[in-house]
Design a protein around this ligand. Structure first.
Ligand code: AMP
Length: 429
């Protein structure tokens, strides 16, 4: 199939060809026609599938074919969970609208609102926003979303994980009822389906990859290792394997900082990216990583979400995520666009149950290896880390087989989650 046959305007085809795309990706092929026809769409697609163009191209087509240039109210709202993703989606909107008379803007927290407000005042057709800053500016009466015709909810699963449900509901309330809704999510939990039911009107469902399955182009491997030998092992693997462009996931911000320092001491250029870093520091780390000055980017799940780094050869899980779906998100950063990628996980005894959950989710056993000198500790406990020991643990934590104890603690967990979500919103919105 070609982009021409999708029915996109010449100006959009020109922009697509300038980006160097030959053929639409599967999600683009499936999502663009129903979106062009005005239907609500529920799409299962993770980062790396080309989902951004999947919703941006038809949205721009609609706006430019039905222009309202004299007075420019916000006609399309794209909501994303993180600042990084907002910035990247905005970049795409700008690139694809290069040959159109369409104005766009991006707003997110953590930076001065003045330049954002100045841009909004001039009138924008497409707004990319994180929920916190959007509501903030709305409450200050600095923007209106009363005229939104197309609403895109990007990475809906992450929105829920980050505790943005209330904010999303509020945003839905202040938009007109009559609008087209497009919802993208990498995973489909019960909560996501519930959210979709509340937002979408008789949606067409499209899928880029089978739900919760890992991309075939990714080779996955587990190294069993003692907890205190993980740093030594990762440094050995990166240096001896001559790995470049390695994205490493840690569970905590602290862990990301610690590991980054140790890498730098070992002579490997590295930078950390997480919610406690300023927007400037995050952007600098990301651009250093993209242009090759930074060999290793150490990130927490939230910060890494939506980073647009094409053709990433290596993803390392320094610690396994305690939410199995996050494993799928993490390794989805590699093996994109048909290129082979490697996802390596360093697994200590206490992560055994996480590994089992992940293998159950992806429906396959991951190859296990042990490196001489970095053997697992035979005396280490296989019990998972307790919530109190790790500030970034989430509510939907897998607890091995102890479901009764997790139910008993659910009240405490809910309270802990509320606080955690508040922190996340403050860090990202
Ligand atoms: P996304 O999933 O939207 O984050 O896109 C992932 C990467 O794929 C981005 O670097 C896009 O520029 C790129 N991309 C999107 N559509 C295509 C396409 N049809 N052909 C080749 N690359 C694409």
């Amino acid at each position: 199939m070609s982009f021409q046959s999708l029915g996109l305007s010449d100006a959009l085809l020109k922009a697509v060809s300038k980006k160097g795309y030959d053929t639409p990706s599967p999600i683009q092929e499936k999502a663009i026609p129903p979106i062009l026809s005005g239907r609500d769409v529920l799409a299962s697609a993770q980062t790396g599938t080309g989902k951004t163009a999947g919703f941006t191209l038809p949205l721009l087509h609609f706006l430019s074919e039905n222009p309202k240039v004299k007075f420019r109210p916000i006609r399309a709202l794209i909501l994303t969970p993180t600042r990084e993703l907002a910035a990247q989606v905005y970049e795409s909107v700008q690139a694809y609208s290069e040959f159109l008379d369409i104005r766009s803007a991006v707003i997110f927290g953590g930076v001065n609102q003045k330049p954002q407000v100045a841009k909004l005042r001039k009138g924008v057709d497409v707004l990319v926003a994180t929920p916190g800053r959007l509501l903030d500016l709305h409450n200050q009466k600095l923007l209106s979303i009363k005229r939104v015709e197309v609403f895109v909810l990007d990475e809906a699963d992450r929105m829920l994980d980050m505790g943005f449900l209330r904010d999303m509901e509020r945003i839905m309330d202040i938009m007109p009822d009559k609008r087209q809704n497009l919802m993208f999510s990498a995973t489909f939990s019960k909560d996501i389906r519930k959210l979709a039911n509340g937002i979408l009107n008789n949606p067409i469902k499209v899928e880029a990859t089978p739900e919760n399955s890992t991309v075939e182009a990714i080779s996955q491997k587990v190294y069993r290792v003692a907890k205190n030998k993980k740093t030594g092992l990762i440094i050995k693997l990166i240096s001896e394997g001559n790995w470049t462009q390695v994205l490493v996931f840690t569970r905590t911000k602290h862990g990301a900082n610690r590991l980054t320092k140790k890498m730098i001491s070992a002579g490997i250029s590295a930078a950390a990216i997480h919610g406690n870093k300023s927007q400037g520091a995050r952007t600098k780390a990301l651009s250093g990583f993209k242009n090759g000055n930074v060999r290793v980017l150490v990130a927490t799940d939230i910060a890494a979400r939506g980073l647009d780094i094409p053709l990433l050869p290596y993803v390392v899980n320094f610690e396994l995520p305690n939410i199995s779906e996050d494993y799928v998100h993490r390794i989805g950063r590699t093996g994109r666009a048909g290129a082979n990628g490697q996802a390596i996980s360093l697994v200590s005894a206490d992560e055994t149950s996480y590994l089992k959950h992940i293998e159950n989710l992806i429906g396959e056993r991951i190859e296990v290896d042990i490196v001489e000198g970095f053997e697992p500790d035979p005396n280490a406990s296989t019990e998972p880390i307790k919530p109190g020991q790790n500030r970034q643990h989430r509510g939907r934590r897998h607890k091995g087989n102890s479901t009764s104890s997790s139910r008993k603690n659910s009240g405490q967990n809910r309270k802990r989650n509320r606080n955690r979500n508040r922190n996340r919103r403050n860090n990202n919105g």
